[in-house]
Design a protein around this ligand. Sequence first.
Ligand code: NAI
Length: 303
Amino acid sequence: SSIANKMNSSLGRTIKTVTVIGGGLMGSGIAQVAAETNHQVIIVDQKQEFLDKSLNIIQTSLKRIIKKKFEQDQQGGEKYFNDVKNRIKTTTNINDAVQSTDIVIEAIIENLETKQKLFKQIDQVAPKHTILTSNTSSLPITEIAKDVQRQDKFGGLHFFNPVPVMKLLEVIRISGTSDETFQTLLNFGKALGKTTVSCKDTPGFIVNRLLVPYLLEAARMIERGDATPEDIDTAMKLGAGYPMGPIELLDYVGLDTSKYIVDGWKKLYPNEPSFQASELLNKIVGEGKFGRKTGAGFYNYKK
Ligand code: NAI
């Protein structure tokens, strides 16, 4: 089997240049990790101010990493910082950004039509060899790729927040994805320092398919008055060995994000019992409490 693995991994191409579209929370992290692992990176966003913000996020994160990694070596740390920074360019012009890139990783807002439109445009201007991928959390990759000619060079790369910290990368192939593209994506994931898993183009892939219904059931437990948020979190941390309880995790992920994912799934798969909404979650979101990022969710974070 080791020979088979070798033959497989030599099937893929090597990715050198990476275009990240959408420099938000996820795009910034993906760009940073790609640059840290010696790839040339271009970040695209709609406005220069978003790109500036993205570079700021990356620099703050890099400084934190360097503090640990180069504790006794200030010069080495400065060199690392500058080398990584110099591998990252930014632009608001998508056509320029994909002109000579090996791979596009899309991390824009979670909206099917917007993503479809974007890929249709990229498909027309990117070189023939360029692989196109989406970091979507909840939309079918097959649907996102609907208007793209190069079905053989399309796939899903699903990263986890925060990207520089989380070790997992889900690699998703659609029916048209070629073996070469799939292997290139697996190799690329490894080059990024991630552990890859793969699965079919199925809602939520592996992690969110299991995690989101569990988080919602925790919210419904509170809704039914079965247990308090504190007891649910303590129970899963000490009884199941999870590093965070489900209610803490909901607040961390963002209640708006969780609601958005479930609402989308419910529309696509109305009969799936594990994709049913939580009224309590909807109510809290309706009050503008989205979790940690807004200072309140199930818990209060205001000091
Ligand atoms: P975000 O809102 O932080 O960032 C999105 C960025 O895309 C913004 O900077 C926005 O200006 C930009 N953008 C929007 N439309 C654009 C367009 N047409 N062209 C160029 N840039 C555009 O969102 P976030 O959280 O980074 O999510 C991005 C994607 O990653 C979504 O598809 C989401 O489902 C997925 N994802 C999110 C995770 C999370 O924990 N937040 C985890 C894994 C995947």
